[in-house]
Design a protein around this ligand. Sequence first.
Ligand SMILES: *Cc1c(COP(=O)(O)O)cnc(C)c1O
Length: 402
Amino acid sequence: MRNKEMNMETAVIHKGYNSSEHHDSLVTPLYQTSTYSFANAQEGEDRFAGNSEGNIYSRLGNPTVRVLEERMAEIEGGQGALAFGSGMAAVSATLIYLTKAGDHVLCSRGIYGCTFGLLEIMEEKYGITHDLVSMTTEQEVEQAIRPETVCIYVETPINPTMELVNLQAVMAVAKKHGIRVVVDNTFSSPYLQNPLRMGADFVLHSATKYLNGHGDVVGGVLVGRDADEMQHVRMTVQKDVGGIMSPFDAWLLLRGLKTLHVRMDRHVANAQKVLEFLKRQELVKKIYYPFDVQHPQYEIAKQQMRQGGGLISFEIEGGKKQAQQFLDSLSLIKIAVSLGDAETLIQHPATMTHAAVPQENREAMGISDSLLRLSVGLEHTDDLIADLNYAFEQVKPKLQEI
Ligand SMILES: *Cc1c(COP(=O)(O)O)cnc(C)c1O
């Protein structure tokens, strides 16, 4: 191969794997092993001392997992990556690595519930504080910086309201203050948004979602812009906290990742059609989709995302009762949390993903009792729309009775 950066569509299939090093196996083999034997005592000593390349023990690296890590580094535009046993293992390793007692983490207005839970634990136990603020302008970010702020941690689009963080504004403020930036890029996938290329220091993913795309793996990946630093994280926090990815999950992820670009294009095209259908529904009060011209941060979306993604949130007339009736009237579309699978999934944030958030805070975040989040899958949109249409028809007469 010429010595140039591969296009993403090629990298998801080839990067980091050379079949001649693996008995010419076309597909990356599954190295289902916990440990590696050394040829002699000296080799063991050299590997532990870091004087010779080679495997030691699978918590420190595994050949199947390493292919996935190289591939992820390439497609996110980083110099190193680490695979973890879940998205939350990646989040916790990153926050443990970046903070110490007394530090402050500045977060986007919405963050994944368990990330918030982790930050609460860190505050209670180690005095590491955090704030959640809207980050649509540089001024909003600047005002929230404190002398002890060491890290800006953002998700964009924010779950489930699809509010956007202005990444350019975040990078500008972070650079000025010498603060590290971490972006949870799960919702967009590397195909739609690459925060490292915009100046972020770390990007992380719940690989459970679009990266795998087939609903059969829980995993996480952290990508960084500096190879030496990532090696340092591997040999410290990742090794000692131990939330590593299993070789089998890496093998499944390598399989899923090969079609990332094809799947994402279809997720987006299907979401577009479902969006148009939802817009015509009398019972739909509000729609949240980044590439909808009515989205309040549509301009920011266009600036930092290639396409609008596969998730749509919408509010229906009525309240919790109508939202639940709607869910119960669906048959093809599955009631489930998670996202990014071939199957279209729908969930009710107020009673599911955000049930632990007190109602008052939920409402402040824009999560009403009638909000639903749809992860548009890869089925034919006629079938999806027929299922949604039937559910709207079931809810309609019941609404009129009130
Ligand atoms: C699912 C998710 C996580 C957590 O990932 P797990 O793989 O479930 O541990 C983190 N961030 C976002 C945005 C997610 O959707």
